[in-house]
Design a protein around this ligand. Sequence first.
Ligand code: SF4
Length: 215
Amino acid sequence: MSDTLIITEIYASIQGESSYAGLPCTFVRLTGCPLRCRWCDTTYGFYGGTETSLSDILSSVKKLGVSLVELTGGEPLAQKNCPSLAKALIDEGHKVLIETGGSEDVSSLDPNVHIIMDIKCPGSQMHEKNRWENLNHLKPTDEIKMVLADRADFEWAMLKIKEHRLTERFKVLLSPAFGLLKPKDLAEWIVAEKLDVRLNLQQHKYIWHPRAKGV
Ligand code: SF4
């Protein structure tokens, strides 16, 4: 079927990251990802999944009754029908967020989709996959997220923020890679460098077990 997507899970929880953190949110997790970040916490979403029609996805989301919806993965944009799903959800009256790893083209997304795009740092071992031209397709309200594994990633992030004027153009979130970098260290570095960025903690990992699925 032409209007299907491969889905790992659809569930309601609390949005754990971004400027929407803390809000109830329905998550639609699309299966598969072309990247292999060293610290990936959703490896269970790489394979398997269920081929699901767009109308069945819409109906599952409707049943959960939460108006904020996030498309995530894996890498949602690795599936060609992802932009159509985002548009259909918007047409149903949802506020739609998408979390993308930054290696896939974001230009086909409806302008009403709120994009949270990773820029991969060297500690992920995926930084050569960053699709820098995506920056030209983001809106000022969209968000850039950089997950840092250590001080070297922090130094790299500061260089890229300056080089691409990221904090002047977008909201920028810096996240400590869970279990690799202490939030306290990153908080102190941000303050010391007076960076105009938001410290981004993965709230769901503090509320539930860090490896819990479906939360
Ligand atoms: S892009 Fe996301 S899902 Fe893919 S490997 Fe990296 S962290 Fe995991």
